[in-house]
Design a protein around this ligand. Structure first.
Ligand code: NAP
Length: 892
């Protein structure tokens, strides 16, 4: 809609002569604000950027402390939108200094003539949505107020410095500085006694340089952080060659990568590598001096699994001890309270070696907290330190602070953003907030932002927002607003994603823990840059899903819904399977399907080590059957779980669920015996059921020979294996044993009816299809036999069965029959617990180390099995981490 029309509809407030009328107002002239302005202008929007500082630069304008540099390699930390710009600027170093980055941003501003639409020295005091005019009204402390259709917060994530939070700062007679607001003229520290409080990135970058300048430096450290030597210098040739070789591909790969830097996904897991191989990878990463490298390239489980992460942490701790000469200081500098990467690690130049200098003292605030700041210096509860200068490197009110602390923002119905976010940030895509039409945040909470290369994330956000504004204008709409449904869905998806990584396990500014009283929760999106980009694109592709669009004359469009209902890793797995464009499994024939499954399984991560893996033969219903046995590393004898694999009675064998058996063996501390029962179509109903029963009986009778605990056994199974486990329990009850202490049924087949809602809703698209189930049933069981309880246990007598733990997945055709079985068992008086796994599909829990969000479910399954066996719910830590004995020869 042209601005002239807006003028005629404007309220009195917007018509004021002192009000600047624009299509779009942007706050902040850093990396984000500059690019957005450029895009808006090219798209024909009138725009103004409001910037408190005296020039462009954003974070690089304010953070001028000694040693300030970027810590993503500068070839990656650059704009990519214009290949000519890319060619016109060459960085002088691997990690550019703050002055060089500031020069670059000035160069960009000049090249695209951006300054003429930037109002420097202008702070926004308030922003209020006016429903009548459908515009944002913005008051400023300098010059005209602004009325705009769209309002964009390009205020960064780390721009609101945290107050000192220490008593007595005002009494201090010396100089006080904040790293985030360093004086432009510089600070002379020569010959002075300096205190630095804080050892995050800002402290760690500045401490070596301050130590070299000052007469005496005292560092006050609350939490030690992990730091990696930057190895700064010329750009490394490997990255440079990659980049120069094919710039377009390099940039495109960055856009679709997990962290915004083109590195491949690691597939080898830590336990597949020998100590020497892990050491080699680590030393290479250490020498590379690159955070993204060391955070992503060691082994696949380093960022998602505590054990895989501890190996990295230990190797870094060793490095710290090797550099710092005084063992007590080394110990104080060594982080132990968080997984590596869960708190933002730092890049340093001579940081740890600085503590070997005679003029540097480390004060460990965990042992002697600061009591107060006095006129002369800093007093802990043990000592006083007289100083001339105090440097606060104490960080920021991150992410939400960068928006809320800028000024009050009032949305529809007079609702302040501060009250909407009182319990933590609520956003849709990290870009918008329900109740705040036409308000956009660049790299806001709920987007990958600080867990990514900011340059890449900023461009993606800016492009998405400006493209939406163009589309809105073209369609004749004047406002867009996230719906409550979409926002609630995103909040849930954020929570799901937070289970993927270890960020939730540390108290950091990522979680709001650094600001007293702030609501806590992982604020950035942990699902990765590439997946996030595809989700944003999908929102558009699905008709602006989750947005309400409005236009003149009551025009309205709303395609409401949640953009991601699957667990984030399930979404990735299903996406990859869809890309493979496989023919339906049921068209492959039984042998073809088996061959396919064997090939498919070769690509999965190796199962984790257990104490021992053995093989043998047992007696089935009509002859010997192979089995595979998984024994825990802890001293036995252990209870035995008889396990039946999945595969629709047609596919799979005793080793096809190997990673699941290993994982459950480790988690339960029990022996798992996976049975190779006979398969259809060669052996049809009731062969599998009868084998299941016979195998359970044989295992119970031979428990002691297998190194297990004599007495009741437990049964477990997945899919058709869950069916066999359930049937075995019924047969054991009716045929006089063996005694079964409990049953774990994971997505079991329990009935021959195919018309429950889950069969219809999830008929296709989730790997196990309705068509595939029909095929399995046809190969295994004639229609006339299908109501027999030995294949439809739901139709059997349910009284007197062992306690059950039944797992069902939301996006699984078998969901409802699993739930029905649980409900009928409960009615029959059987103790039963259910886990209804939200966002999961049929294979989620057996795709160990692929579907990471399946871990909490397996933890619950293991707890249930232990309860059934009369063991304490959790194993002691010592036994869980007991090193495996020397039985690797037996491992598969
Ligand atoms: P930070 O990581 O939050 O570190 C603040 C430090 O101050 C922490 O050691 C913290 O201890 C300590 N602290 C805070 N309040 C304290 C108090 N009341 N008493 C004693 N100690 C206190 O802040 P930052 O170093 O400014 O870095 C913030 C983020 O900015 C970084 O993580 C990074 O993402 C970004 N950054 C990037 C670069 C770069 O190279 N590109 C440079 C600087 C910053 P606790 O840990 O115990 O809270």
């Amino acid at each position: 809609m042209p601005e002239a029309m807006v003028e005629t509809r404007a309220t009195d407030a917007t018509r004021s002569v002192s009000t600047q009328q624009v299509d779009v107002a942007v706050v902040g002239a850093g990396f984000a604000g500059l690019y957005i302005l450029h895009r808006l202008r090219k798209a024909g929007f009138s725009a103004v950027v409001l910037e408190e500082a005296g020039d462009v630069g954003g974070t690089w304008y304010w953070n001028r402390y000694p040693g300030a540099r970027c810590d993503i390699q500068t070839i990656d930390y650059s704009y990519t939108f214009d290949p000519e710009l890319d060619k016109a600027w060459t960085w002088s170093e691997k990690y550019a200094t703050q002055p060089e980055i500031l020069r670059y941003l000035g160069f960009v501003a000049d090249r695209y003539d951006l300054r003429r639409d930037i109002r420097f020295g202008t702070k926004v005091k308030q922003a209020t949505w006016d429903d009548a005019s459908e515009r944002w009204l913005i008051s400023t402390d300098n010059g005209a107020n602004v009325s705009c259709r769209h309002y964009i917060m390009a205020t960064g994530c780390l721009s609101a410095p945290k107050p000192p939070e220490i008593d007595g700062v005002k009494d201090f007679k010396g100089e006080v500085y904040f790293t985030g607001r360093w004086p432009h003229e510089g600070v002379n520290l020569k010959g002075k006694r300096v205190a630095v409080i804080g050892t995050g990135s800002s402290g760690i970058q500045s401490i070596p340089l301050i130590a070299a300048d000052a007469a005496q430096l005292t560092v006050f450290q609350r939490t030690p952080n992990f730091a990696l030597p930057a190895g700064n210098g010329p750009q490394p040739t490997d990255r440079k060659t990659l980049f120069e070789g094919d710039r377009t591909t390099y940039r495109e790969q960055a856009r679709w990568s997990m962290a915004g830097v083109p590195y491949p996904q690691q597939t080898a897991v830590s336990w597949q590598l020998s100590d020497a191989e892990r050491r080699e990878r680590f030393e290479k990463a250490w020498a590379a001096g690159d955070l993204v490298h060391i955070l992503t390239q060691l082994w696949a489980d380093q960022a998602v699994d505590v054990d895989g992460n501890t190996i990295v942490g230990d190797l870094i701790r060793e490095k710290i001890r090797n550099v710092v000469k005084d063992p007590e200081i080394a110990a104080a500098l060594t982080p132990h309270d968080h997984p590596f990467g869960a708190k933002r690690p730092c890049l340093d130049t001579n940081y740890y070696a600085t503590y070997n200098r005679p003029n540097v003292t480390l004060v460990n605030l965990r042992q002697e907290p600061i009591k107060e700041i006095t006129a002369d210096g800093i007093t802990t509860d043990r000592r006083s330190f007289d100083v001339d200068v105090i440097v606060f490197a104490t960080g920021f009110d991150a992410m939400t602070g960068a928006i809320l602390a800028v000024h009050p923002i009032t949305g529809r119905g007079g609702k302040p953003l501060s009250s909407v976010w009182a319990g933590g940030p609520q956003t849709y895509l990290g870009l918008t907030v329900a109740g705040f039409p036409n308000l956009f945040m660049i790299t806001g909470p709920g987007s990958p932002s600080v867990l990514s290369n900011m340059a890449v994330s900023i461009e993606q956000h800016a492009d998405w927002v400006v493209d939406r504004l163009i589309a809105l204008r073209d369609a004749g709409f004047t406002s867009m607003e996230a719906t409550e449904t979409a926002q609630a869905g995103w909040t849930r998806h954020m929570a799901d994603c937070s289970m993927l990584t270890l960020h939730r396990l540390a108290n950091t500014w990522y979680t709001g823990a650094n600001v007293p009283g702030k609501a806590q929760g992982v604020m950035p999106y942990t699902g990765g840059v590439g997946p996030y980009r595809s989700i944003c694109n999908e929102v558009v592709g699905r008709g602006m899903l989750g947005f309400k669009l409005k236009g003149p004359g009551g025009a309205e469009q709303c395609n409401d819904g949640e953009i991601v209902r699957l667990q984030p890793d399930v979404r990735l797995v299903l996406g990859m399977l869809a890309e493979m464009n496989l023919p339906p499994i049921e068209t492959m024939g039984a042998q073809g399907a088996r061959d396919f499954l064997n090939e498919f399984n070769k690509g999965r991560p190796a199962g984790r080590p257990v104490g021992e893996v053995g093989e043998g033969m047992l007696q089935g219903a009509d002859g010997p059957l192979p089995y595979k046995l998984y024994r825990p590393a802890t001293p036995g004898p252990h209870p035995i779980v008889v396990y039946f694999h999945g595969g629709g009675w047609v596919l799979g064998d005793q080793q096809s669920d190997d990673p699941f058996c290993r994982d459950m063996c480790r988690r339960t501390g029990m022996i798992f015996v996976s049975v190779g029962y006979r398969h259809a179509p060669d052996y049809r109903f009731p062969a599998a059921a009868e084998d299941g029963y016979a195998a359970t009986r044989w295992i119970a009778e031979h428990a002691a020979d297998l190194g297990g605990k004599p007495g009741p056994v437990l049964v477990a199974g997945w899919s058709a294996g869950g069916n066999i486990a359930a049937v075995t329990c019924q047969l054991a009850r009716d045929r006089g044993g063996p005694e079964i202490a409990g049953q774990l049924l994971l997505s079991p087949v329990t009935d021959c009816s195919f018309d429950r809602p889950s069969y219809i809703e999830n008929a296709t698209g989730y790997f196990l299809t309705r068509g595939l189930m029909f095929w399995f049933w046809d190969l295994y069981c004639s229609p006339a036999d299908r109501t027999d309880p030995r294949v439809s246990p739901l139709r059997g007598k349910l009284e007197g069965l062992p306690p059950a733990f039944i797992v069902t997945s939301e996006f699984d055709p078998l969901r409802d029959e699993g739930i029905a079985y649980a409900e009928e068992l409960a009615k029959a008086g059987v103790p039963v617990e259910q886990l209804k796994a939200q966002g999961h599909f049929h294979s989620s829990f057996v795709m160990v180390d692929v579907v990471i969000t399946g871990v909490p479910g397996r933890v619950k399954m293991a707890e249930a099995l232990r309860r059934f066996a009369g063991l304490p719910t959790q194993q002691s830590d010592a036994s869980r981490h007991a090193p495996p004995p020397e039985v690797n020869a037996a491992a598969s």
